[in-house]
Design a protein around this ligand. Sequence first.
Ligand SMILES: NC(=O)c1ccc[n+]([C@@H]2O[C@H](COP(=O)([O-])OP(=O)(O)OC[C@H]3O[C@@H](n4cnc5c(N)ncnc54)[C@H](O)[C@@H]3O)[C@@H](O)[C@H]2O)c1
Length: 325
Amino acid sequence: MSQIPFYDAAAIASAVSMADAIELMRGAFASLTRGEAAVPLRTNMPLEGGDCALVMPVYLPASGHYGVKTVSVNHSNPARGLPRLHAVFTLFDAPTGVPLAAFDAEFVTALRTGAGAGLATDLLASPGPKRLALFGAGHQAVTQLQAMAAVRELQEVVVFATSAERAAAFARAQSAHYPFPLRAASDPAELQQADLICTATSASAPVFADANLGPVVHINGVGSYHKGMAEVPPATVARALLVADQRSACLAEAGDITQAVASGTIGEQHIYAELGELCAGLRPLPAAGQGVSFFKSVGNAVQDLAVASQAWRVLVARAAGQGEP
Ligand SMILES: NC(=O)c1ccc[n+]([C@@H]2O[C@H](COP(=O)([O-])OP(=O)(O)OC[C@H]3O[C@@H](n4cnc5c(N)ncnc54)[C@H](O)[C@@H]3O)[C@@H](O)[C@H]2O)c1
């Protein structure tokens, strides 16, 4: 077997822009909803001391590729000066099983998670300039911001994090990339002016109060991924037009939704649509700009495969001196 290339963040970013990734998500989510993608349940392999490796296979016949994302979670790594998570996505040619390439899956994950929120915002938020409130100042916050800037003209961004210093450092660093003002915020009253909210936090309880929201707002929540976590208050979930990346996964894993269901605040049928149903025309697109809409993402490996597959095509064509596919 010949060596396979490893594509790092810079190589992937040179092949798939955020705008490209948002377009790729349309097809990926539509395939997921139509049952065209095989996404077996992820395997959690326990390691020593509470560490684990998560193994996520995915096959999309239309792409001709399948892949496996492996994420290691090693809690003592920060004390060793290493990141807590490492992730690699391995891409295979489906008809032959030949391994094609490995990818920095921390970057792929951040890119596709931002892109999912970007697509949802493009479908659910009204057109026109927007003010964004961003909760979280970590890896995912970077690509949430990129995605919002890709689909809407942003007038101003306010950043909330666990500390004012963290929010200010994030705002300073990101300001260099954008023409609009970015600043740290701590007063929840500022949410009244937000047309878009992205929550990309590790919070276990809602990060804002329903009463702080303005009358028309679109929210993307990518953080809470198990029943013990939440970012969006049940009262907001209850009055929002709710779109899930995948119904079954959100009803099983997303604390924002499972807690609202468990308390009787909403029923399972409160989820209006899966994102893929909107993309595939299986559910009508709701009128944008009316009240609150909420896109809840727990993430799906089909998103990783869509990005890795396209990045591979572009990078191979480029290396062969051919035009972009
Ligand atoms: N939906 C998906 O597909 C997907 C993909 C990857 C990661 N995630 C999840 O997204 C979340 C963020 O990931 P990350 O890699 O950016 O993490 P990170 O650790 O880099 O950053 C977490 C951020 O959350 C902030 N935060 C925590 N509690 C907060 C609160 N109450 N208010 C405001 N900010 C708060 C922290 O200040 C920090 O900036 C995690 O829960 C992660 O598991 C989801």
